[in-house]
Design a protein around this ligand. Structure first.
Ligand SMILES: Cc1cc2nc3c(=O)[nH]c(=O)nc-3n(C[C@H](O)[C@H](O)[C@H](O)COP(=O)(O)OP(=O)(O)OC[C@H]3O[C@@H](n4cnc5c(N)ncnc54)[C@H](O)[C@@H]3O)c2cc1C
Length: 342
């Protein structure tokens, strides 16, 4: 434990500095005036002081000042426009499966996206599915399979929403968002909504122009809907493929609360292999441990705090750097008020 915490101090000094800057710029006093303005539009849907651990896959995270659930792309756009106009810092929460929220919580407004309408239209040999960004990605993949539409099977079992996947270029089993996405309607701060082509999103491995906004002290763009290209295929073929992917996932990934892969795979390596080779499988800090099954999964199995998980990933990062000279990048985003010692 003490060893892990000592290592934490050396962890990614550059990112530490960036994080502190964001916190300073984003810190706001939530005022009665702001709450009243949101209540005027959204009524009791606007909640005050909500524990984020209820809404994150790692089951950690402290209080959000304000918390609003939206149920359509229009509501999402209205909420984020209002926040922007009132200069309230906002954060779009999808499935909470690629973020680590601090124990100190989040200042400003969390907008939980439950906009789920999905439409299909034929376009030549293909079918285009337009999904609101709060649609659960894995459920959408199942819906497509049931309709005999192929292309999204890789997404079976990937937690989270369409919006989160568009931002992070989520992928698995050789597929990813980049290979499906034709276009996305995106709200831009101060500008309104416009359609982005796939090329404009500048996709790379678990990366996009939207993902690169994380860590910058500016209001972010928001994905409202996504258009995905699908190809008709027999349902049995699609189901067999999806079953294969599900079996592989069960075989290789641990169950339980986590954020999935903690680090991106460095070029030519698997992060899990590096962490395992550093001897850290099973290493524990407080209520969190590095999975015995897959070393890039950090599991909250005993009521961990976000700080426990932070200490664990700092240990992994530092050990891998010491042993292999490789500095891994976090795949997850750190959200809220984090304090790092330098
Ligand atoms: C057990 C487990 C397995 C996983 N397996 C995989 C896998 O195989 N492949 C993979 O790629 N990932 C995997 N992940 C990670 C995660 O599921 C994906 O990154 C997912 O796409 C995140 O979506 P989300 O809705 O949960 O995003 P969140 O975690 O809620 O948010 C992530 C980021 O996206 C932003 N965001 C979300 N919605 C919007 C929107 N509408 N507009 C603008 N910004 C938005 C958030 O503000 C935040 O910055 C796994 C996670 C877990 C817990």
């Amino acid at each position: 434990m003490r060893h892990a915490l000592r290592m934490t101090h050396g962890f990614m000094t550059h990112e530490v500095k960036t994080t502190s800057v964001i916190i300073m710029n984003m810190k706001s006093e939530t005022t009665v005036h702001q709450i009243t303005q949101f209540r005027d539009v959204f009524g009791d849907k606007l909640q005050v002081g909500v524990m984020m651990s209820r809404f994150t896959s790692a089951r950690v995270g402290g209080l959000a000042d304000m918390f609003l659930t939206v149920e359509s792309a229009l509501e999402l756009q209205t909420a984020v426009s209002l926040a922007y106009t009132l200069s309230v810092p906002y954060f779009i929460l999808g499935g909470g499966s690629n973020i680590l929220v601090s124990d100190a919580g989040v200042r400003g407004l969390i907008i939980m996206n439950k906009a789920k309408t999905v439409k299909y239209r034929h376009s030549g040999a293909h079918v285009v599915c337009t999904a609101e960004s709060g649609m659960n990605l894995s459920s959408l993949a199942r819906q497509c399979i049931a309709k005999g539409l192929g292309g999204l099977e890789w997404a079976i079992g990937v937690p989270g929403t369409v919006g989160g996947a568009v931002v992070g270029n989520s992928g698995a089993h050789g597929g990813d968002m980049n290979s499906n996405l034709l276009a996305a309607t995106i709200w831009e701060p101060g500008q309104g909504a416009r359609v982005y082509s796939n090329e404009e999103l500048q996709y790379a491995y678990r990366d996009s122009t939207l993902k690169r906004e994380q860590g910058q002290p500016v209001p972010r763009r928001v994905v409202l809907t996504a258009e995905l290209k699908l190809t008709p295929e027999p349902v049995e073929v699609l189901m067999a493929r999806a079953d294969g992917f599900t079996a592989k996932r069960k075989q290789t990934q641990p169950a339980g609360a986590s954020v999935g892969s903690m680090f991106k795979n460095p070029e030519n390596y698997y992060a899990g292999y590096l962490i395992e080779s550093a001897g850290l499988k099973g290493f524990r800090v407080g209520g969190a441990k590095i999975s015995e099954k897959h070393a890039n999964f950090f599991v909250n199995d005993e009521e961990a705090t976000a700080d426990d998980i932070r200490a664990l990933f700092a240990e992994a990062w530092n050990s891998v750097r010491e042993r292999f000279g490789i500095e891994m990048d976090l795949e997850v985003e750190l959200v809220g008020d984090w304090e790092f010692e330098e």
